[in-house]
Design a protein around this ligand. Structure first.
Ligand code: URA
Length: 209
């Protein structure tokens, strides 16, 4: 059964509301995306494996759990995935980073790959794919399809917003990949944009048009 986690924490929802507002400046949009990604990092790593290491407190020795950050690889789907990356890296600074470059053919809405670079030894790593807008699901599914070729130990997908159609499409192709999102919006428009959504995440992040 495909899993979708909606991060309905009031802090995430509050920041998401501010982020959606059309008059919000590029600077403020970027800041909010950064803050939300830090909060989402907390939830998406909730079931990450830990290992016990020996440490000494000022009082006595003990064995205490740590995450092996180097085993985590954030896979940023260019270019809007970059808006999620910095906040996630602030929480898990030892993580590795991969990039997938995809663009959407505006006529067919099909994802076309132009870049793919991952760290070595992916079979030992847990991949967390970052793509803020899970709209049609085509680019999300294509990114995960490509990622599966290098066989990471596990894959999670993180978006800020998801459309019901996109979730269905994504999970029809990848029922094994859990999705983490801050909200499931109403629908897509005829151009594949999420409604009510927040517009074009890449343009709003980078101040382009
Ligand atoms: N990509 C975006 O940036 N926004 C959408 O609404 C859909 C896809």
């Amino acid at each position: 059964m495909p899993v979708v986690h909606v991060l309905d924490h009031p802090l995430v929802q509050h920041k998401l509301t501010l982020l959606r507002e059309k008059e919000r400046s590029t600077n403020s949009f970027r800041r909010l995306m950064h803050e939300i990604s830090m909060l989402m990092a907390y939830e998406v790593t909730r079931d990450m494996p830990t290992q016990l290491i020996d440490i000494e407190t000022p009082m006595e020795p003990m064995r205490s759990p740590v995450i092996d950050g180097k085993k985590i690889v954030f896979v940023s789907v260019m270019r809007a995935g970059g808006g999620f990356l910095d906040g996630m890296l602030e929480i898990i600074p030892g993580a590795r980073v991969g990039h997938v470059g995809l663009y959407r053919d505006p006529r067919t809405l099909v994802a076309v790959e132009y870049y793919f670079k991952m760290p070595d030894h992916m079979e030992e790593r847990d991949a967390i794919v970052l793509d803020p807008m899970l709209a049609t699901g085509n680019s999300a599914a294509a990114a995960v399809e490509r990622l599966k070729e290098v066989k990471p130990r596990s894959i999670r997908f993180v978006s800020l917003l998801a459309a019901p159609e996109g979730l269905q499409n994504f999970h029809a192709q990848h029922p094994d990949v859990p999705v983490y999102t801050a909200a499931i919006d109403r629908q897509l428009n005829e151009h594949g944009y999420i409604l009510p959504g927040l517009g074009d995440a890449g343009d709003r992040l980078f101040g382009t048009k």
